[in-house]
Design a protein around this ligand. Structure first.
Ligand SMILES: Cc1cn([C@H]2C[C@H](O)[C@@H](COP(=O)(O)OP(=O)(O)OP(=O)(O)O)O2)c(=O)[nH]c1=O
Length: 190
């Protein structure tokens, strides 16, 4: 069956990733309030948030196949979400520079009463950076709506030294994982 879904996300990156593998989709961002604490392990947190987003949109679109996703950056057992502003972005990058951290993305597919979730972790090492380099990157504005305050798919690629695992997972939606999950709903991308 050809793939057509409803993306429960405001993220332009997720749209680009879906388009990359030829998935047809409409967009309906959710009003779900994400949890952002580590009372749960990060693997469970991102899955709960992804499912919460998908189920919230399902209330307004009950007949659709709906995809929700959530991305967090974790370093030193702390969550690095989207920065509150430029100063916060500078602080996050100051802590993450020169270090390995982990990007977790959860995805959820729901259709009627069926639902499936999955998550993946990708390790990323940022280069060691001088405060002026961090300030220049933040001044460009790219970090402001990104978990961890960098975008690996943008200028932020110049900040990344190494990655271990799935690249699209860092951008906000693991395409290999999505293809697996879609197969469970009898949808084939290829
Ligand atoms: C680490 C990293 C994150 N990000 C982005 C992906 C996500 O859009 C964002 C994390 O925030 P999310 O809360 O996962 O997503 P969102 O708020 O953009 O969209 P919605 O809640 O409607 O689904 O950070 C990048 O674009 N590049 C990166 O390298």
């Amino acid at each position: 069956m050809a793939v057509r879904l409803l993306l429960a996300s405001a993220s332009p990156r997720r749209r680009e990733l879906l388009a990359q593998i030829g998935i047809a989709f409409d967009v309906k961002p959710s009003a779900f309030e994400e949890r952002m604490d580590l009372a749960l392990p990060p693997e469970q947190l991102v899955v709960q948030n992804a499912l919460g987003k998908a189920l919230d949109v399902q209330k307004r679109a009950p007949a659709e196949l709906i995809l929700g996703a959530d991305t967090v950056v974790v370093f030193n057992r702390r969550i690095y979400g989207k920065p509150a502003g430029a100063a916060d972005a500078g602080r996050m990058l100051g802590e993450l520079q020169g270090q390995w951290h982990t990007v977790y993305t959860g995805i959820a597919l729901v259709e009627g009463r069926r639902w499936r979730v999955a998550e993946r972790a990708t390790r990323v090492k940022l280069r060691a950076m001088a405060p002026e380099q961090i300030a220049a990157y933040v001044a460009g504005g790219e970090p402001l709506d990104k978990a961890g305050s960098y975008a690996i798919q943008g200028l932020g690629a110049a900040l990344v030294e190494q990655i271990d695992g799935c690249y699209s997972n860092v951008v906000g939606l693991s395409l290999p994982l999505l293809v697996n999950l879609l197969a469970e709903f009898d949808r084939r991308v290829i």
